[in-house]
Design a protein around this ligand. Sequence first.
Ligand SMILES: [Zn+2]
Length: 234
Amino acid sequence: MTRTLLGVWAHPDDETFLSSGLLLDARARGDRVVLVTATRGEHGTDDPARWPPDRLGAHRARELDAALAVLGVTEHRWLGYTDGTCPLVPERTAAERIAAIVDEIGPDTIVTFGPDGVTGHADHRAVGRWARRAWRAAAPGATLLEAVLPRGFARRFAEINETFGVFMDGPAPEVEADLHLRLDGERLDRKIAAMLAQDSQTRRLVEGVGLATFRSWWAEEAFVRRTLAGAQAA
Ligand SMILES: [Zn+2]
């Protein structure tokens, strides 16, 4: 039976940084994968004069298409919220929109940010809350995977995390992951290709650390698995 994975993220590139291996494995098994992105990430630049929001949003939408093509993901939905404003969106409204997608596609697994938003970004935290609420309301039998920092990530890459401002206010305490993916070979090649397809976000990182370090920096993915007590798994 075909399984369905729903990913719920804040900005284009969150899915690729945090879950490429998961998506590649799902597609390799023949699972259906649907991704939802809350905003177009239209404020994600150090150079807003060159990249005004409309231009950057359109550009990042094209970059996301290219990345998803590399990952073999063909189904994607936008929520159309404004980058940086997710905490201002009424949580119930956003969760209901996600729940409507959940109702439509019936995911076995939902993947999103853990409560710390992985990087501490307020949009990430908000979108994780929406996705958890939609999960409880619309798919209590599904498994929720929350993306967390891979073990040792904050320590091993402390210097470059700091240089490139990966964390908004320092790394969250490490939690024990239930699912830990260590990518190498072709899987890692594809993840890196998907990341490079989102050049507006990754070029500065690759140029700053070199491709070899960039590859090991993002080679691991970790998730905490949650189920609701009393829910019947599908
Ligand atoms: Zn993000």
